[in-house]
Design a protein around this ligand. Structure first.
Ligand SMILES: [Zn+2]
Ligand SMILES: [Zn+2]
Length: 177
């Protein structure tokens, strides 16, 4: 059972009536890919207003999330501030596809928060736009300095020549014995 359910019985069907909703509650299961919401509660200062179609919820939401850098896997803290403007309508209403549904005379803000937070999280989080990432060979964090793989990888171009040298030296070695 969501603890983000609020009764709007006092304003429903009285277009123009409004009431404030101030919330601080965790929103479970908000996350996408490398980013997810922190365990800290989400805070919101909202206004629920009765409109002809149902109830319009507007206001601001604050949350914090964490992500792993897509290049180096370092933790990336994310502070989220969102403006919300969402409509709740009776089930079966012609706007039901684009809106959230009232549950009797209640609104459940949990799916609203989860959808908005999930959409706000970056799909490709980076600790810094200049992050150098990890060396694909040794896994070293290249933000902390170069690794020793680079000379080796450039040596690969000379590998056939090295092999030839070894063969030649073996051949000449065999010849001398
Ligand atoms: Zn990074
Ligand atoms: Zn390396």
């Amino acid at each position: 059972m969501s603890n983000l359910i609020f009764s709007v019985a006092d304003i429903l069907d009285h277009p123009g009536r409004r009431r404030d909703i101030v919330v601080a509650a965790p929103v479970p299961e908000a996350g996408v890919g490398l980013a997810r919401l922190s365990d800290k509660p989400v805070e919101a200062e909202l206004c629920a207003q009765s409109v002809v179609e149902g109830v319009l919820v507007t206001g601001r939401l604050w949350g914090s999330a964490g992500a792993d850098c897509a290049r180096c896997a370092r933790p990336v803290p994310l502070d989220i501030v969102l403006e919300l403007c969402e409509l709740f309508v009776e089930p079966g209403h012609e706007l039901a596809d684009e809106a959230y549904e009232l549950t009797g005379t209640d609104i459940d803000l949990e799916p609203v928060f989860r959808d908005a937070l999930t959409l706000s999280l970056p799909l490709n989080p980076l600790c810094d736009s200049a992050c150098k990432g990890l060396c694909p060979h040794c896994g070293r964090d290249l933000n902390e300095g170069e690794c020793s793989c680079h000379p080796e990888s450039s040596d690969l171009r000379w590998a056939p020549l090295e092999e030839l040298k070894v063969k030649l030296s073996q051949a000449s070695g065999e010849g001398s014995t």
